[in-house]
Design a protein around this ligand. Structure first.
Ligand code: PMP
Length: 402
């Protein structure tokens, strides 16, 4: 970097490297149980269905599936995404409200780049999804955190901050929120809470970016309809992903928003990568059409429910009594709050040494607070490893406390 750094743009200095990723890289190939990742269990991938769909696509659509295609996505997939959104409780939309992206990560990247200027007032949950925070950090906004309670974001605290800012003559740009099976907090906001968030957006005139990455992955009770389903004004920009319901390797996600927003995203994406790969879009469209996703979901939910229970039981048994942790109704993660004395970032090398990895929670806080917290993944490791990993981790934590 010393040699070429002088050529880098000023803006690139705002890009955040993940020191944690670097640390975890050191564990590759070693005998470490990773509770750190966010990978789906590969046994949930409907590989046989994908195989037959791939043959079908090549036999019937090769000339289009292997060709360049429209920036907003192939019409077949946009149409099927209208159907999938309807199943998620969102009605009154057309293909023109849908925009296909390279994972929801690209969706968030384009949206935050389109919407956020330096110093803009941006609200995020505390904690929130680390990779979204990193995109926002590179925009240099003024962050405002909404503490997470067991019921989702603390909406009284949110409203108070909105009042305070407005009284100072400030404008609010947007709220980034993961209302269902939040990553990393595991919380789900109630229907009333969702209505209130929307009312606040209307009253204080800001946009909501609603990340519904885990909307189809709620395994206790029903998944509440997204905020987007309640949105009459078009204030909510919704992002979805195939990563947790089909295959993350496809790198497919989507934006659902007012047509005017979709048009701006289209301009942006022309500069980024012209369009999302045509081939995987054809496969995904056919997978929705053939109900592959809907037929597979009960199995995925069942497996993750079991794995969550295994992890929660192990935590209950082995973690020190002073700790508290989320009881997620969906998603892939448990979030834990340890006694204040513990700094999970400092503790990570010791845990790796003993053979277990986790993500220190501070990365999920826009201001890197939450030093006593950690995120634990239950979707990827097998059940035996989950228990073993929690046992080792508990010993590491306890030795920090003595
Ligand atoms: N949002 C949330 C909350 C996530 O957890 C993830 C994946 N970990 C993403 C967005 C991005 O996923 P993808 O790009 O694979 O759609």
């Amino acid at each position: 970097m010393a040699k070429w750094g002088k050529f880098l743009s000023k803006e690139s200095s705002l890009l955040r490297t993940s020191e944690i990723r670097d640390l975890l890289k050191l564990t590759e190939g070693k005998n470490v149980i990773s509770l750190a990742g966010g990978l789906p269990d590969p046994s949930t991938f409907p590989a046989e269905d994908i195989k037959s769909i791939t043959d079908y696509v090549l036999e019937n659509f090769a000339s289009r599936a292997l060709q360049y295609s429209a920036t907003a996505g192939i019409p077949e997939l946009r149409k099927e995404l209208v159907n999938l959104s309807n199943q998620r409780g969102i009605s009154g939309i057309t293909e023109n409200n849908i925009f296909v992206t390279v994972g929801s990560q690209e969706a968030l990247f384009m949206l935050f780049n389109l919407l956020v200027d330096p110093k803009d007032n941006v609200f995020v949950e505390m904690p929130s999804y680390l990779a979204a925070l990193n995109i926002l950090r590179a925009r240099n906004p003024t962050f405002h955190g909404i503490p997470l309670t067991d019921q989702g974001p603390d909406l009284d605290a949110f409203e108070n901050e909105l009042k305070r800012l407005t009284a100072n003559g400030e404008k609010i740009k947007l709220l980034y929120i993961i209302p269902t099976a939040q990553n990393p907090g595991g919380t789900t906001l109630s229907l009333d809470g969702r209505k209130r968030v929307l009312e606040l957006a209307s009253k204080y005139d800001f946009l909501i970016v609603e990340d519904d990455a885990y909307g189809f992955l709620v395994f206790d009770g029903d998944s509440p309809a997204p905020i987007k389903a309640l949105d009459k004004e078009g204030r909510v920009i919704y992002t979805g992903t195939f990563s947790k319901i089909l295959a993350p390797g496809f790198r497919l996600g989507w934006i659902l928003a007012d047509e005017e927003i979709i048009e701006s995203v289209e301009l942006y994406k022309q500069n980024v990568d012209l369009h999302t790969p045509s081939f995987t879009q054809f496969i995904a469209a056919e997978a929705i059409k053939r109900n592959v996703i809907q037929n597979n979901l009960p199995k995925v939910r069942q497996l993750y429910r079991e794995k969550r229970d295994v992890m929660l039981q192990a935590i209950q048994e082995y973690f020190p009594k002073e700790a508290r942790w989320s009881k997620p109704v969906g998603g892939m993660f448990v979030f834990a709050w340890l006694p204040n004395k513990i700094d999970t970032l400092n503790m990570l090398p010791k845990a790796l040494e003993k053979g277990v990895a986790y993500v220190p929670g501070s990365s999920f806080y826009y201001d890197y607070s939450g030093r006593n917290t950690m995120r634990l993944n239950f979707s990827f490791p097998d059940k035996q490893k989950l228990v073993e990993g929690i046992k080792i981790l508990s010993d590491v934590i306890k030795s920090e406390l003595t």
